[in-house]
Design a protein around this ligand. Structure first.
Ligand code: DAH
Length: 357
């Protein structure tokens, strides 16, 4: 009996003083566990006589209850303290400086497209689009590239392993097929520009298998070469931010235009880079011409009635010239350092000054 009283007092004190859940567990095991003191004591009850057994039994049960309760109370207190501690250590310091937000930037190609769309938009052009996967008819045939014609070899075409209506399918080699799609579906007058992805089997410092072009097409009665020259001059002067930009229209060949020209702008190559608008050198920047009568006929238009001009610009090329980028490949390598250097914030004005090399 004295043993029990002493054990109970000691155990309640130990429970009261325990500072961890593990310590509480040890106390539970030594008092109430299978081999614990009270369990052992219970086993000895059988040796006692009637009344004594009853009294001792009640005492043991009472002690068990008190210890279990004390352990529970302490457990709750320890849990609450642990939670408090956790909340304290996880509290939010509202005075802390936020980490700087990562700023996205506009890719130079998107920026150049926006600039071109804006310039031509002011001249009354709408934006048109077409599929990247084209059929032979739109990419070649209707543009006056007859089958087997050597001009098809000018474009290193990716052919797909499928056909549509018995026609070979290709990754479009230029944005010119959208001329055909537009003339077949829309009534003249037409004024469109077509920014988009194009594909050719070519890869070096100035060529990528995927690149971008902007196509332009105007179909109106009475359109002539003078309109083409004035439109392109106005575009180039606005795009490069140079007034009285020297320009040269050289005779050239494209199957879908007649006559065809290649357009150069005046520039000066210096040690520091390229100065656009000044000087004695010339840089080719785009191809253009009057829409070939065969192309008009292929689209159901009468060449006696309708005339038009078209042009095609390589987007990477004119971005490189304007912003002084020496290599074309990084355009598509997603190198954050390159994008941080050449990318544009949404607030940037198009005519951001950069040294051109
Ligand atoms: N489609 C031509 C190319 O990819 C570019 C071009 C030249 C487009 C003259 C035209 C044009 O519309 O008139 O090389």
């Amino acid at each position: 009996m004295t043993d029990l009283v002493t054990f109970l007092q000691q155990t309640l004190k130990a429970a009261e003083e325990a500072s961890t859940p593990e310590a509480l567990d040890e106390i539970r095991v030594s008092a109430l566990g299978k081999k614990g003191f009270l369990t052992e004591q219970m086993k000895t009850l059988g040796q006692l006589d009637g009344d004594a057994r009853k009294i001792q039994g009640q005492e043991l049960n009472k002690a068990k209850g008190e210890i279990a309760k004390a352990l529970d109370v302490k457990k709750q207190a320890l849990d609450a303290a642990a939670l408090d501690e956790k909340l304290k250590s996880e509290s939010i310091d509202v005075t802390l400086q936020p980490s700087p937000a990562l700023k996205g930037s506009v890719h130079p190609i998107s920026q150049t497209i926006e600039e071109i769309v804006e310039i031509f938009g002011k001249m009354g052009f709408n934006v048109a689009e077409g599929p990247d996967i084209e059929d032979d008819f739109h990419n070649f045939e209707a543009l006056n590239f007859p089958k087997g014609h050597p001009a098809r070899e000018m474009q290193d075409t990716f052919y797909l392993n499928k056909t549509h209506d018995d026609q070979p399918m290709v990754l479009r080699t230029h944005t010119s097929p959208v001329q055909i799609r537009t003339m077949l579906t829309e009534e003249a007058p037409i004024r469109i520009i077509v920014p988009g992805r194009t594909y050719r089997c070519d890869h070096d410092a100035t060529h990528s298998p995927m690149f971008h072009q902007v196509e332009g097409l105007v179909i109106e009665k009475g359109i002539h070469m003078g309109h083409l020259k004035a439109t392109l001059k106005s575009f180039c002067e606005q795009f490069f931010g140079v007034t009285d930009l020297p320009m040269r229209f050289r005779p050239s060949f494209f199957p879908f235009t007649e006559p065809s020209v290649e357009v150069d702008i005046g520039c000066k190559k210096t040690d520091k880079g390229l100065e656009i608008g000044a000087g004695e050198d010339w840089l080719e920047i785009l191809g253009a011409g009057m829409v070939h009568p065969n192309v008009l006929k292929n689209c159901g238009l009468n060449p006696q009635e309708h005339q038009g001009f078209a042009f095609g610009v390589g987007l990477e090329r004119i971005s490189m010239l304007k912003y002084g980028m020496p290599d074309l490949r990084p355009f598509f390598e997603s190198d954050m350092r390159w994008l941080e250097y050449y990318g544009f914030s949404h607030q940037d004005m198009p005519s951001k000054e950069r040294s051109v090399s």
